[in-house]
Design a protein around this ligand. Structure first.
Ligand SMILES: *Cc1c(COP(=O)(O)O)cnc(C)c1O
Length: 342
């Protein structure tokens, strides 16, 4: 089994209750019928966590807030888009761990409706007690955040910046651990996953999973990401850089190259946060066949990619596929206008 002691020297707070379940989506398989080509579809339920509505950012925040506390910070300033899941979960995690939280939310998506700016994650940010700054289009969030950190310092407090997606090397450790968790569960279940399918936004989850998979000695080619933010080529380069930075902080000699990563750009559509017909169909299919929620920005697009890869034979008939459900469901409320009436 992979060596979890590797992660022990990093400060960490506990925001989860042990491993998230892996469940077979048997009813979806039944609904897909012939279309599924004998592929077994499993979900790693990283949407199923007790704090703040759950989601993949909590794994990163265990290490990021650990780092903030170990550096003597009493405030977290998190950067994201308006409907940032990192923002919501940073707010909830700060509430739980007794830190103050400010969110610097940039307009990354061309959606101007009131529900987009007020509902979904933004509504929850405020309920979790965060101070929310919604920037004007064109404002630089990094610059705004450093200015806030300086202002906070003048009142004798110390702030920690959580960057976009929380995808620093330390943040990525949450998904190194998740790779170990999947390896353990897979052994317990006696099921080998031929493919692990994920969305790639800021690349931190992908980078952590890749690093953890290499360290666990498993086959890397099984991880298939669908980019939802950058074009595929740029996404590969940025993710490779993150993986290697993770190896560095873990003092590992391993390194990866672009050819080691599999990232498809086929589901990106009009870009980050822009709905596609395939995303809407995937959200509706999983909803009506399983009673489970995918989110419109990440999981919906990645699941659409999974279905298309089964159909195109890129996922071989008869294989076992693990889809990582990453949460983000509050985003559904912000996209009500795109999802209604289909
Ligand atoms: C952030 C996020 C992702 C993508 O993770 P990255 O590390 O940014 O690539 C996927 N799903 C949800 C719901 C997210 O909030």
């Amino acid at each position: 089994m992979p060596n979890r002691d590797l992660l022990k020297r990093f400060a960490r707070v506990c925001l989860m209750q042990g491993p998230t379940p892996i469940q077979r989506l048997a009813r979806l398989e039944q609904v897909l019928g012939e279309q599924r080509r004998g592929v077994s579809i499993w979900a790693k339920r990283d949407d199923l966590m007790e704090l703040g509505g759950g989601g993949n950012k909590l794994r990163k925040l265990e290490f990021l807030i650990g780092q903030a506390k170990s550096e003597g910070c009493d405030t977290v300033v998190a950067i994201g888009g308006v409907q940032s899941n990192l923002g919501r979960l940073a707010a909830a995690a700060c509430a739980r761990t007794g830190l103050a939280c400010e969110l610097v939310l940039a307009q990354m998506v061309a959606r101007d409706s009131e529900i987009y700016k007020r509902n979904g994650n933004v509504l929850l940010d405020e309920l979790f007690g965060a101070r929310v700054h919604i920037l004007s289009r064109g404002d630089d969030p990094a610059e705004f955040a450093s200015r806030r950190v300086a202002e906070i310092a003048t009142s004798g407090r110390k702030a920690f910046i959580a960057t976009l997606g929380g995808s620093t090397p330390v943040g990525c450790l949450g998904y190194v651990d998740c790779a170990f968790e999947i390896a353990m569960q897979s052994a317990e279940m006696g099921t080998d996953f031929d493919h692990v399918v994920i969305p790639n936004g800021s690349g931190g989850m992908h980078a952590g999973l890749v690093a953890g998979t290499v360290i666990a000695g498993s086959d890397l080619s099984r991880i298939k990401a669908h980019t939802v933010l950058s074009p595929a080529d740029a996404c590969v380069l940025a993710t490779v850089e993150k993986v290697n930075a993770v190896f560095e902080i873990l003092s590992r000699d391993d390194r990866v190259e672009p050819k080691d990563l599999t990232i498809s750009g086929a589901q990106l559509g009009g870009g980050y946060g822009v709905p596609t017909p395939e995303m809407i169909e995937a959200v509706r299919l999983v909803g009506r066949s399983e009673g489970l929620l995918l989110d419109p920005v990440y999981g919906g697009k990645a699941f659409a990619g999974l279905l298309s890869d089964i159909e195109g034979g890129i996922i071989a008939p008869g294989s076992n596929v693990l889809f990582v459900m990453t949460g983000g469901t509050p985003g559904l409320y912000a996209y009500a206008d795109a999802l209604n009436g289909h």
